[in-house]
Write a protein that binds this ligand. Structure first.
Ligand SMILES: C[S@@+](CC[C@H](N)C(=O)[O-])C[C@H]1O[C@@H](n2cnc3c(N)ncnc32)[C@H](O)[C@@H]1O
Length: 268
């Protein structure tokens, strides 16, 4: 493959070589796992310790989850770039949101590029895995063709959640469907109806809709709700026991496949 020829071709951005050979500084997208510092890889830890600049995304007025995980590794010699989202959960028209957020990622990439041009390695820390709904991907999209870049994968939140719940997610030939809780209720129901096993991310205030959708496909008893997986404040509940739960942003729902249980599989 020599490069994209149509809009549907995937563009493979370089991850080891920069187009500007005079730039020696390195950009790292570092997955730091779901919250428990012990679930950070050795490679992530080394890169954070060795990079001059640590960049992290955060909601206005909040400590970012990734920052909370890596804070003990930050030394006085590190320069910290806090990249604060311009919007949080305010209801604004989607076009306006898209403009604001695109401008924010442009400005974040520009601030990171300044450090790289000064010859300083930048590690952008990201909760979970950087390429699984991670904001780092928008920086990568803007800078990976210009600077030497490495992405360090991380333990995703849904892996930590299924481990916390003690629930195997998929087995045999089952397919795992990953969904966003922000989907319209009908879309969510349809996707769940078609799924062997599913993970619903970004649950938060949509927990009631997610619970209804799981009930609607007749699998209410299988649903598991997990918040802050692997953190000190982790909570695991049967989805059916969440009527009074005020779900935080860091929550998800697991709908495990039943391939592991041959008797249930044969009767469904
Ligand atoms: C922007 S996505 C980031 C996903 C992350 N990159 C990953 O690899 O899991 C944020 C969503 O991930 C889920 N999430 C992240 N960390 C979590 C945790 N520790 N426990 C439960 N859900 C979590 C929540 O559904 C949250 O709304």
């Amino acid at each position: 493959m020599t490069g994209p020829t149509t809009n549907t071709d995937i563009e493979l951005l370089p991850t080891t070589a920069a187009s500007d050979p005079t730039c020696t500084a390195h950009l790292y997208g570092v997955g730091v796992g779901p919250g428990d510092p012990e679930l950070m890889t050795l490679k992530a830890k080394r890169i954070i310790e060795q990079s001059a600049v640590i960049a992290h995304f955060a909601a206005r007025g909040r400590i970012g989850n990734a920052w909370g995980t890596v804070a003990p590794l930050i030394a006085a010699t590190h320069t910290v770039l806090r990249l604060e989202y311009p919007v949080t959960t305010e209801a604004i028209p989607s076009e306006r949101y898209e403009d604001l957020i695109a401008a924010f990622y442009d400005a974040s990439a520009a601030a990171i590029a300044v450090e790289l041009e000064r010859g300083r390695d930048v590690a952008v820390v990201c909760e979970g895995d950087p390429f699984f709904y991670g904001s780092y991907m928008y920086v990568h999209q803007r800078l990976a063709a210009r600077f030497p870049t490495t992405v360090v994968p991380g333990v995703t939140s849904f892996s930590a959640a299924s481990a916390a719940a003690g629930v195997p997610l998929v087995s045999m030939n089952e397919t795992l469907t990953v969904l966003s809780g922000v989907l319209a209720p009908d879309e969510l129901k349809q996707a769940l109806a078609d799924a062997d096993a599913a993970v619903v991310m970004k649950v938060g205030r949509r927990l009631g809709d997610v619970r209804e959708a799981v009930r609607a496909v007749g699998r209410a008893e299988q649903g598991v709700y997990v918040e802050r997986a692997s953190c000190a404040t982790e909570r695991v509940l049967r989805l059916e026991d969440t009527a009074d739960v005020d779900a935080p942003y860091f929550s998800l729902v697991l709908l495990p496949g039943d391939g592991i249980d041959v008797r249930r599989r044969d009767t469904r």
